[in-house]
Design a protein around this ligand. Structure first.
Ligand code: ATP
Ligand code: MG
Length: 424
């Protein structure tokens, strides 16, 4: 690395060589959301710290240790968003979008968490986020899941599996919570420091622990599915029936509790065996209590977030995505007059062939150097203009791919000739 200013650890540049994968995925996501009738929403990257504390919950990894929080010049405590749901719920409240209305929304953008950077885990990462606000489910719960099942199909990703669970209502969860506390209190010596702290705050989060030493204890804990209230049980059953009818495979993971505090009933996670330990590619759940908790009219809602970097990596592994778009034609010009003629020709061709990509080889250099750049650009054809071509009112058209050949054609006919050659 050079001696200049360093990038922030865990915050990555996406370089032109990789951008093709990103654009391919982003285009697929936009099409997917549109196909299901979801509308895009864009919310700020920074919110009042209080929003995340209140919505994500004090006893979560995110709020306890992962937030980028700072005071601005006016002394307000602000935080770079670690996830999108809180901001979208806030936006629905601030913009008067509730009062019995329903909204199907999506957004895409950067999120920030101060985690230990490693493959698949970054401090700035991107999410595709979908929220259905005002829907009680379980039909919309199923819709969100079939939407993602379709995405994996469209992208040709096969190594993705769905896990489901239900967290019940806050009331049924409170009863379960008591049982869980009782269980873990009985094994208090076996708890690690994190879990001991969570025992008082949010004991369900202990089930989320990734500490290998805790797994045996967690395996013996009472299961939330055995403590669901009747309505949640019915909701969960109907969701499973809808998924079976839609042909979506799933397994029930009674220990799936998710990292965030505000979930109720449905929770789900798509994982993959292709990414090592950072195996979650998409997760979400129902948050019927969140909007009221933030001061809005009580409104049921469900959403999920997909990690773009992890899915980009799956696409890279699958190797099925074409590289970034290459130019069709690259214009090589040498000599002051030829360069301005080349620039004018490029503009004319962009008018005549609006769907073609015309790259102008700015930057000078001899023909050899320019051809090297033309070749590297991936263009199929080069147009060559020098003094001699200019005098005769022609340009040379050179094939850069396959059989090498070069023909001359009158300036006035370049557009039609190019289109014909590119169609071959
Ligand atoms: P994990 O268990 O991997 O920490 P999480 O439960 O914290 O994930 P969510 O908050 O549900 O994840 O975010 C949804 C998705 O965003 C995850 O499934 C994952 O694909 C992606 N994601 C979360 N944190 C990161 C990160 N630090 N870097 C890259 N992607 C991430
Ligand atoms: Mg996490």
């Amino acid at each position: 690395m050079s001696g200049g200013i360093q990038p922030i650890r865990g915050m990555n540049d996406v370089l032109p060589a990789e951008i093709g994968l990103w654009q391919h995925l982003e285009a697929a996501l936009r099409e997917l959301a549109a196909a299901y009738g979801y509308e895009e929403i864009r919310v700020p990257v920074v919110e009042h710290t209080e929003l995340f504390k209140r919505s994500i919950g004090e006893f979560t990894d995110i709020v306890e240790k992962e937030m980028y929080t700072f005071s601005d010049q006016g002394g307000d405590s602000l935080t770079l968003r670690p996830e999108a749901t809180a901001g979208i719920a806030r936006a629905a409240i601030s913009n008067g979008m509730l009062r019995g209305q329903k909204h199907k929304l999506w957004c895409i953008g950067p999120m920030f968490r101060h985690e230990r950077p490693q493959k698949g885990r970054y401090r700035q990462f991107h999410q595709f986020d979908v929220e259905a606000i005002g829907f009680e489910g379980p039909d919309v719960d199923a819709e969100l899941i079939v939407m993602m099942a379709r995405l994996w199909r469209v992208l040709g990703l096969t190594r993705v599996r769905l896990k489901l669970n239900s967290l019940g209502t806050p009331e049924s969860r409170a009863a379960y919570r008591d049982k869980l506390v009782q269980y873990f209190r009985g094994h208090e010596q076996a708890l690690d420091a994190d879990s001991r702290r969570r025992l008082g705050g949010n004991p369900l989060r202990i089930l989320d622990s990734k500490n290998p030493d805790m797994q045996a204890l967690i395996a013996g804990a009472p299961l939330i599915v055995d403590h669901l209230d009747a309505a949640s049980s019915e909701h969960f059953g109907a969701l499973q029936a809808a998924l079976r009818a839609a042909g979506v495979d799933f397994s029930i993971d009674p220990r799936l509790v998710r990292g965030l505090d505000y979930y109720s009933r449905t929770v789900f996670e798509w994982t993959t065996d292709a990414l090592g330990s950072q195996d979650a590619v998409c997760s979400g759940g129902r948050y019927d209590g969140l909007i009221a908790h933030l001061g809005g009219e009580p409104t049921p809602a469900i959403g999920f977030a997909m990690g773009i970097e992890r899915v980009v990596e799956l696409l890279r592994q699958a190797g099925t995505v074409p590289a970034a778009h290459m130019p069709d034609v690259y214009i090589v010009a040498q000599g002051t007059r030829a360069v301005s003629a080349g620039l004018a020709l490029a503009e004319r061709l962009r008018d005549e062939l609006p769907r073609r990509r015309i790259a102008f080889g700015a930057g000078g250099g001899n023909f050899k150097a320019q051809f090297r750049r033309a070749d590297r650009s991936g263009a199929r054809l080069a147009l060559v203009i020098g003094d001699s071509e200019l005098e005769r009112g022609v340009v040379a058209v050179k094939n850069l791919r396959g059989e090498a050949n070069q023909i001359e054609c009158p300036m006035s006919e370049v557009g039609t000739r190019l289109e014909a050659a590119l169609k071959e």
